[in-house]
Design a protein around this ligand. Structure first.
Ligand SMILES: NC(=O)c1ccc[n+]([C@@H]2O[C@H](COP(=O)([O-])OP(=O)(O)OC[C@H]3O[C@@H](n4cnc5c(N)ncnc54)[C@H](OP(=O)(O)O)[C@@H]3O)[C@@H](O)[C@H]2O)c1
Length: 380
C-alpha cells in the first residue's frame, strides 16, 4: 500500500515541511490540504521534479467531516494551518475522528494545554499526537530532553529564542504573536505557575551564536513553561524568554494589545467585515516584511541545570538559523518518525515527552546539515 502524509496549510512553514518531506521523506505521496489550493501551485511546480507524488486538496479545517475524510488513508497528518489558537484543536478533533497520527507546530500556550488534555482520547483512539514540534516550541523542547538525559537530576530548564523582524513568517504567525505574546504569560517558578507580562518582565541578556550575538530577552507567552514541568517531575523552574531583532518589534506587539487591536469582535467597514485583530495582524506582518535592512537569522538557546554525579552542572545549547527551516523541517522529521514507528507511545505529547533526541538531532544536523548546535558544559 502507498504511504501518504497530509500537510495542512501551505504557507511559509508548510512549504518548508513539504519540501523536506519530498526531499528526505519516504512517503509515496504528500497531499497538501489547504483552503486556497491555487496558492499551492508554485510550491507544486517547484517540487515537481522530485520523486514523491504531490497533490493538493481544497479543505477548510472548520469542516470536520470533510477534513476527517481527507485524513483517512494517510499515515500521518502534519498541521501547519495556523493560527493555532483558532485551528489546532479543530484539526486534532478531526484526527481523533479519523484515528490518524498528528504532528503540529502549536505555539499558543492556552491551546497547547487544551491539545495535551486530549491525551486520554488519543490513547483510546490508538493514535499519537506530537504537539508543538517546530523550532520553539519544538527543537528547543527536544534539546531540553537531550540535556535532561545527560544529567542525573534536572532542576531548571531555561529556553529562549530570537526572531528576526525581517523574517516574520506568514500571516498566521502574526496572529499568534499578537494573541500569545502581547499580554500575560506563564512562567514556572518554585514548582508553581506565575503570571508575568510578555516583553516586559524577566529582562536578562543572553549570548546567542553568530550572527545574532548578545541580546536582551524577556518572558513571553509560549508553551515551553507549560509543557516542560509535565515531563520533568522534580523541575523547580521552567521559562521561555525571547526578543525580536530589532527589539522595537517587541513594543509594537505589546502596544497593539494596549490599543485594543487584539480584539476579535467583528466590525463592518465599507461593507467588509474585519476584526481589529485582522487589521493588526496584517499591519504587523506587512511592517515587519519592510524591515529588510535587518539580518534574517534568528536563534535558539536552551540551558538545562541539574546534578551530575553530585555536581551542579549546567548544559547550554544554542544554534542560529532561519525560522521556516527550523520549524518546517522539525515538523517534517516528526511526521517521518511517526510513520517509521519511532514514537511508540499513544496519546498527546509535547516533543520532550515522546521524541528521541538522538534520532531527531541526527536527522536535523547530520542528514539535513541545517546548522551547528553549539554545546557548553559548566560544572560548579
Ligand atoms: N513552533 C514553532 O516554532 C513555530 C514557528 C513558526 C510558526 N509557527 C506557527 O505555524 C503556523 C503557520 O505559520 P506560517 O508562517 O506558515 O503561516 P502562513 O504562511 O500564514 O500559513 C498558514 C497556512 O494555513 C492555511 N490555513 C489557514 N487557515 C486555514 C483554514 N481555516 N483551513 C485551511 N487552511 C488554512 C493558510 O491558507 P491560505 O492563506 O491560503 O488561506 C496557509 O496556507 C502559525 O500558526 C505559526 O504561529 C510555529
Amino acid at each position: 500500500m502507498k504511504s501518504k502524509v497530509l500537510v495542512l496549510g501551505c504557507g511559509e512553514m508548510g512549504e518548508m515541511a513539504i519540501d523536506d518531506l519530498v526531499t528526505f521523506g519516504s512517503f509515496d505521496e504528500v497531499i497538501i490540504g489547504t483552503r486556497h489550493p491555487e496558492k499551492a501551485k508554485p510550491v507544486m511546480a517547484r517540487l515537481r521534479s522530485k520523486r514523491t507524488k504531490l497533490s493538493v486538496q481544497q479543505v477548510e479545517v472548520h469542516d470536520r467531516d470533510k477534513l476527517a475524510a481527507l485524513m483517512r488513508g494517510v499515515e500521518v497528518v502534519l498541521n501547519s494551518a495556523g493560527p493555532n489558537y483558532k485551528n489546532a484543536l479543530l484539526v486534532a478533533h478531526a484526527a481523533l475522528q479519523a484515528q490518524v497520527d498528528l504532528v503540529d507546530m502549536s505555539d499558543d500556550y492556552v491551546s497547547t494545554a487544551e491539545l495535551l488534555a486530549l491525551d486520554t482520547r488519543a490513547k483510546e483512539a490508538g493514535v499519537t499526537f506530537v504537539i508543538g514540534l517546530g523550532a520553539s516550541p519544538g527543537i528547543n523542547n527536544v534539546i531540553a530532553r537531550l540535556g535532561a538525559n545527560a544529567l542525573d537530576e534536572v532542576e531548571e530548564i531555561h529556553t529562549a529564542w530570537i526572531m528576526s523582524g525581517a523574517d516574520p513568517g506568514g500571516l498566521a504567525l502574526s496572529y499568534h504573536l499578537l494573541y500569545s505574546l502581547s499580554g500575560k504569560a506563564l512562567t514556572f517558578q518554585d514548582g508553581k505557575y506565575i503570571e508575568v507580562q510578555s516583553f516586559r518582565d524577566g529582562r536578562e541578556v543572553l549570548e546567542f551564536p553568530k550572527p545574532v550575538g548578545s541580546m536582551e530577552v524577556f518572558h513571553i507567552g509560549h508553551p515551553e513553561p507549560v509543557t516542560l514541568p509535565r515531563y520533568f517531575k522534580n523541575l523547580k523552574y521552567a521559562d521561555d524568554k525571547a526578543s525580536f531583532n530589532p527589539s522595537f518589534v517587541n513594543d509594537w506587539i505589546v502596544n497593539l494589545r494596549e490599543l485594543g487591536l487584539c480584539a476579535e469582535e467583528p466590525a463592518t467597514i465599507n461593507g467588509v467585515t474585519y476584526t481589529p485583530m485582522d487589521i493588526a495582524a496584517a499591519a504587523l506582518h506587512k511592517t515587519c516584511k519592510n524591515l529588510q535592512e535587518y539580518r534574517k537569522e534568528g536563534a535558539l538557546r536552551v540551558e538545562v541545570k541539574g546534578k551530575w554525579r553530585g555536581k551542579t552542572t549546567r548544559l547550554i545549547y544554542a544554534a542560529s538559523g532561519r525560522i521556516a527551516q527550523g520549524t518546517g523541517i522539525a515538523a517534517a522529521i516528526g511526521a517521518q518518525m511517526l510513520a517509521d514507528r519511532l514514537v511508540e507511545e499513544k496519546g498527546a505529547f509535547a516533543p520532550e515527552g515522546c521524541i528521541d533526541p538522538g534520532i531527531f538531532m541526527q536527522e536535523l544536523l547530520d542528514k539535513r546539515s541545517i546548522g551547528e548546535l553549539i554545546t557548553k558544559r559548566i560544572e560548579e
